[in-house]
Design a protein around this ligand. Structure first.
Ligand SMILES: C[C@H]1O[C@@H](n2cnc3c(N)ncnc32)[C@H](O)[C@@H]1O
Ligand SMILES: Cc1ncc(COP(=O)(O)O)c(N)n1
Ligand code: SF4
Ligand SMILES: [Zn+2]
Length: 556
């Protein structure tokens, strides 16, 4: 019996299209295999008859045709199974990095190119030099290929998983579906509570996005939570167990070296990384170098067989503004740089995890050093939180840092939810975290000039200016919230075409007044500029008549 046969687990997952959009597939032919790749997009149809296609992470759950057939006990369709099975290794390796270096454009790369609106050869070359990664374990054929790299759309990861205190398998499966519905590009199962293996099996088999984990969590669970009892063998077996299940990327805190631990002694918040603190405890208990570091090449060999991507963990990241950019943090980063080059020599893909808590003026240095030390491996940052003073609002304190660091070149942002520092996020927190991070990521896409980014803003702004309220809602990252806020004051149907909302009311609506100015211009055969000119002259004469007083009595 596999975990998914367990009928006592009955997840109810959200399905159906996102309000105002429908799933469409663009068909692309892979010339090498003659296969047709069906690349999903979220199509938002507009009242004026046009539409816009947006990047879509939500999998078949939002497909009206596919969703009714989804059986969570069976898992998603195994789209990549044949792709993986049919290709020959290059120099004994089956990783995307190895193919890229050999000049091969895989179906995954073509799929990604169509998704991102990029040239397949660009995708290949970025993977070949390690500036981008495609996390795609050969044992996770259900996932839709995606890429993480600074030359592509900025990605967002959502952390889910239970803890010893709360949550169930069914809740975690729904968090995964819910997070990807709102735009999570990958999810991490950070479960530390009961049934870790089963929870992960449920998530992976039903996940349309890559899944990441931190194997040391489950290894620690196997030794009843005592770090000193961990061994390389227990850890290695846990990695293989998770690799077989299809985990696409794994956080490995291999940069926490014995000699770095004392560097954290005078910190305000010490070691805030779970994995980092576990490894620090192990090193001190044995007074020995970390097995993650000493056995790193063996780990590379395992990752290479499955094409698992390393996410080299920031076990010494700062957990407070006071600790940002300190010697412990940067000492670890130098070691991660060394390990990046070892992994790459094994044709294993690598990304680097980053801080934490960092004030705005210390963010740029993090990106600069990461790129320099880690050969431009994609940076994957947790936030960073730009201030420590707002527990309850840390999705915002961290999105402020996240937008900034993404603009500087971070490839994937790990979301933070409103529950950060306070408790395990629930389904609502997951949505808030994802939406908040999507807007940080998109702000960076705009600033970086991604060819497709601004089209979305321009389409929404035009709808807004033309008072096409439904279009404005449907184009929103969160259409339901947009509509419900409008409904709170103006729920009636005519209000959905009205030339104002309850913010300013009909007489003070600046966009309506602008439209009146434009109409006036048109009716008087003037260009808008000339009309404004004429209007200004009329006004200044009026102003002169009134004795050049700037502030007029209320009666005016
Ligand atoms: C490294 C970061 O991961 C997040 N984190 C850790 N465990 C979980 C979980 N089960 N669910 C959601 N987020 C989690 C916390 O936000 C932490 O700061
Ligand atoms: C971006 C990101 N996500 C998850 C973790 C794992 O958490 P921890 O380091 O606390 O074990 C991490 N280090 N970085
Ligand atoms: S989030 Fe809670 S349990 Fe985790 S390190 Fe902070 S205080 Fe401890
Ligand atoms: Zn924190």
């Amino acid at each position: 019996m596999t975990a998914l046969d367990d009928r006592s687990v009955q997840p109810t997952v959200t399905s159906g299209p996102i309000m105002g959009s429908q799933k469409v597939y663009r068909e692309v032919t892979d010339p090498d295999s003659a296969r047709t790749l069906r690349v999903p997009h979220r199509r938002v149809g507009l009242d004026n008859g046009s539409h816009i296609d947006l990047y879509d992470t939500s999998g078949p759950y939002t497909d009206t045709d596919a969703a009714p057939g989804i059986d969570v006990h069976a898992g998603l369709e195994r789209m990549r199974e044949e792709w993986v099975r049919d290709r020959e290794p290059v120099d004994g390796a089956v990783t995307q990095a190895a193919y890229a270096k050999a000049g091969v454009i895989t179906p995954e790369m073509r799929y990604i190119a169509a998704r991102e609106g990029m040239d397949p050869e660009f995708v290949r070359s970025e993977v070949a030099i390690g500036r981008a990664v495609i996390p795609a374990n050969r044992c996770h054929p259900e996932s839709e290929p995606m890429i993480i790299g600074k030359g592509f759309l900025v990605k967002v990861n959502a952390n889910i998983g239970n803890s010893a205190v709360t949550s169930s398998v069914a809740e975690e499966v729904e968090k995964m579906v819910w997070a990807t519905r709102w735009g999570a590009d990958t999810i991490m199962d950070l479960s530390t509570g009961k049934r870790i293996h089963e929870t992960r099996e449920w998530i992976i088999r039903n996940s349309p996005v890559p899944v990441g984990t931190v194997p040391i969590y489950q290894a620690l669970e196997k030794v009843d939570g005592d770090p000193a009892s961990l061994t390389w063998e227990i850890y290695r077996d846990t990695v293989i167990e998770q690799a077989e299940q299809g985990v696409d990327y794994m956080t490995v805190h291999a940069g926490v070296l014995l000699r770095y631990v004392p560097l954290t002694a005078r910190r305000v918040t010490g070691i805030v990384s779970r994995g980092g603190s576990i490894m620090a405890a192990w090193c001190l208990a044995h007074h020995e170098e970390s097995f993650l570091y000493t056995r790193f090449e063996e780990l590379c060999e395992i990752f290479r067989r499955y094409d698992i991507t390393f996410s080299l963990g920031d076990g010494l990241r700062p957990g407070s503004i006071a600790d940002a950019n300190d010697e412990a943090q940067f000492a670890e980063l130098r070691t991660l740089g060394e390990l990046t080059h070892i992994a790459r020599a094994h044709d294993v893909q690598v990304m680097i995890e980053g801080p934490g808590h960092v004030p705005l003026h210390k963010i740029a240095e993090n990106v600069r050093l990461e790129e320099e030390l880690c050969g431009e491996a994609p940076f994957y940052t947790l936030g960073p939180l730009a201030t420590d003073i707002a527990p309850g609002y840390d999705h915002i304190t961290s999105a402020i840092g996240a937008a900034q660091i993404a603009w500087h070149g971070t490839a994937m942002l790990c979301y933070v939810t409103p529950k950060e520092h306070l408790g395990l996020p629930d389904r609502d927190d997951v949505k808030t975290g994802v939406i908040t991070y999507k807007l940080a990521a998109h702000s960076a896409d705009l600033a970086k000039g991604h060819p497709r980014a601004q089209e979305w803003d321009d389409t929404l702004s035009t709808a807004r200016f033309e008072f096409r309220w439904q279009d404005q809602f449907h184009l929103a990252l969160d259409p339901e919230t947009a509509q419900s806020f409008h409904d709170q004051t103006l729920p009636a149907e005519p209000a959905k075409t009205a030339h104002f909302c309850s913010m300013c009311g009909p007489k003070f609506c600046s966009m309506k007044i602008t439209q009146d100015v434009r109409r006036y211009a048109e009716e008087n055969g003037l260009s808008t500029v000339a009309a404004i000119d004429k209007g200004m002259r009329d006004k200044s004469e009026e102003f002169a008549d009134r004795g050049k007083r700037v502030y007029l009595p209320m009666a005016d």
